[in-house]
Design a protein around this ligand. Sequence first.
Ligand code: SF4
Length: 255
Amino acid sequence: MAKLFKSKTIRSGGNAKTIKGDKMGEYETAIMYLAPAAQSLLGNVCPMAVTAGCEMGCLSKAGRAGMFSSIVEARIAKTQRYFRDRAQFMADLVKDVAAFVRYCERKGIKPAVRLNGTSDIQWEVAHPCYRDGERFGSIFEAFPEVQFYDYTKIYKRVSRKLPANYTLTLSYSEANRAYADEIKKAATWSRVNVAVVFRSKAVRDSYMATTFEGVEVLDGDETDMRFLDPKGHTHVIGLYAKGPAKKDTSGFVID
Ligand code: SF4
């Protein structure tokens, strides 16, 4: 396997979904994994987790993190650093994103960063940072050469004017009917894509062959790079459940 990027705050994935080419060139994604929801005990990094009913099936418990408590402990420690000293945390993040940019330059590929791998933090507000002594309103403004993207359950975020290098995809759940309706409403007026987790690959494929709630369903598992998805009108980005999410009965996973 090719050498991957690893730092205190972000790391690049070891699978094909986070290394992907398009006609503009090839991207590699570095992702930040925090302890989701209130797992760090110092604050909540997923304000909609209870409403959306997603914590139990949260992908953070899938794969490596589900098997090794040392990974969970490291994510909790990182999240506690985020709550205890925000300025230092942002300084570490700037240092790591800058290192990732250099790593991508050496590889001749383009950098993509997903900060909310297992969180739903509104990085576009109240997260200023400094790069080379200059103050920026957000990490996105500090790194215009990086393509940032995230999934979110905080539907009000899509009403904001986001930086050009930050793409959000709404995240669906039927655990709470009012929440599902709000996501549908936000997707309709904003035309932002909506990620839907289906029970299995077969269930996802059957919706791809038809529609979900009348909306075209695209394969979201082929790549994680949501900024490459078609835009202009809303698409459903179909994902199939992995790890504990397969057994989710909250309404987050769709049958
Ligand atoms: S699915 Fe997303 S919002 Fe829900 S608990 Fe996990 S990281 Fe947080």
